[in-house]
Design a protein. Structure first.
Length: 145
C-alpha cells in the first residue's frame, strides 16, 4: 500500500498547522510557505481538511486557520481519510464487486487486515508527530481482534 502524494501532503500540512497551536491563526499561504508545498495544493487540502473538521476556518481581519480539535485528538487515519475517503485496502473491504468474489478464500481475511492497517494509522496522533522524538511504533497485534 502506498499513500497518495495528496495524503502525504495533508499530513505535512496538518503538522505545520499544529505548530501554530495557541499562536492564533495561520493562512493557507503561510502553511504553504512554511512547508514548501505549492499554494494551490495547500488550498485544496485546506478545503478537504476543513470539510472533515480537522481544520477550522475563521473569517475576518484576525481570521485564518486553526486546528479543528486538539492535536492529540487528530490521527494520521483521520487525515488520510479526510483526503482519500475511507481506508479500504481492497475492493471487497469497500464492498465493490469483484470478478473473483465467489471463490475468494481471502475475502473473510481482508477486513481484519484492513482494520489492522487503519488501527495502526489511528494509533499515531498529530501531537506525536509534532514531538521531536518519533512516535512509538504501533504493534499491529494491538489492533487484531
Amino acid at each position: 500500500m502506498r499513500l497518495s502524494n495528496l495524503a502525504d501532503y495533508a499530513v505535512i500540512t496538518m503538522c505545520q498547522a499544529a505548530t501554530h497551536c495557541g499562536d492564533g491563526r495561520v493562512s493557507a499561504a503561510e502553511l504553504a510557505a512554511e512547508s514548501g508545498l505549492p499554494v494551490p495544493t495547500v488550498q485544496k487540502l485546506v478545503s478537504k481538511l476543513t470539510a472533515a473538521g480537522l481544520l477550522r476556518s475563521v473569517r475576518g481581519a484576525h481570521g485564518g486557520l486553526q486546528l479543528g480539535r486538539p492535536a492529540a485528538a487528530i490521527t494520521v487515519a483521520d487525515i488520510v481519510e479526510a483526503v482519500e475517503g475511507r481506508i479500504a485496502l481492497t475492493a471487497c473491504v469497500d464492498h465493490t464487486p469483484c470478478d473473483f468474489e465467489a471463490g475468494c478464500s481471502m475475502k473473510p481475511h481482508w477486513p481484519i487486515i484492513n482494520d489492522a492497517m487503519r488501527g495502526a494509522l489511528a494509533g499515531i496522533t498529530l501531537a506525536q508527530l509534532r514531538s521531536p522524538r518519533a512516535p512509538r511504533p504501533v504493534k499491529i497485534e494491538e489492533h487484531l481482534v
